[in-house]
Design a protein around this ligand. Structure first.
Ligand code: PEP
Length: 256
């Protein structure tokens, strides 16, 4: 793996009109093709078409923030991998802490979604991360290991080509509180170790491990300079084209 991955999670923000404006701002703000950084944005479902349209000529991939593991049928309110692909997406964020917390997503459900996503030829961004009390009690590695293993048990080595992991300490998401670069590096190295033990014949270095949790232009350089931080999953700072494009530029500078 030679490049960073910078992914924007727009969450439940931007209807089609606003999403088109934000996507156009990102297209115009990425001056030329980023040399090495992979860029992904994940709008809400209803705004995917607008983002796909505006970014059709830009070096930016589009993703969704969730999907269902079944192909089709009586699953009111859900969206399948085929629909996501037909709409022009190539990524799916899965197991985000907000889905685990507010929508009751379990490790087993997340595992099914990741497996289906990869089998369908899409790229999965699997989110893992501990809550504040788990960090305080020192059980953060145990929590991350459990979340990771539940998914890894369902994957084979070749699936790693389509797997990205985002370490998102829940206490740092949308709070303005960021994990220190040392804290991030420790957990990223731990996750790299988990990948190595689960898939001994694969190249664990080839899997992007993103940091997520109040990453912004002011703290990105330090975080991205850590040896096992391969990019960022960005919430708040992805909602302004200028700050998102600046994050891509910082990634380019750190990679250079
Ligand atoms: C996220 O929701 O994935 C996230 C990292 O949000 P924020 O950057 O706002 O903390």
């Amino acid at each position: 793996m030679s490049s960073f991955l910078i992914a924007g999670n727009w969450k439940m923000n931007t209807g089609p009109k606003e999403a088109a404006e934000l996507a156009a701002g990102i297209r115009d703000g990425l001056s030329g093709t980023p040399a090495s950084t992979k860029v992904v944005v994940c709008p809400p479902f209803l705004s995917v078409a607008a983002a796909v349209r505006e970014l059709s000529t830009a070096p930016v991939d589009i993703g969704v923030q969730n999907l269902h593991f079944e192909e089709s049928g009586a699953f009111t309110g859900e969206v399948s991998t085929d629909m996501v692909k037909e709409a022009g997406c190539s990524y799916a964020i899965l197991g985000h802490s907000e889905r685990r917390e507010y929508f009751g997503e379990t490790d087993e459900l997340v595992a099914k979604k990741v497996k289906k996503t990869i089998d369908a030829g899409l790229n999965a961004i699997l989110c893992v991360g501990e809550k504040l009390e788990e960090r305080k009690s020192g059980s953060h590695e145990m929590v991350v290991e459990k979340q990771f293993t539940a998914v890894a048990n369902h994957l084979k080595e070749s699936d790693l080509d389509r797997l990205t992991i985002a370490y998102e300490p829940v206490w740092a998401i949308g709070t303005g509180e960021t994990a220190t670069p040392t804290q991030a590096q420790e957990v990223h190295a731990f996750i790299r170790g988990l990948l190595k033990s689960a898939f001994p014949n694969a190249d664990a270095k080839s899997v992007h491990i993103l940091y997520g949790g109040s990453m912004k232009p002011a703290n990105a350089q330090e975080l991205l300079s850590q040896p096992d931080v391969d990019g960022g999953l960005i919430g708040g700072a992805s909602l302004k084209a200028a700050s998102f494009c600046e994050l891509v530029e910082i990634a380019e500078t750190v990679a250079a």
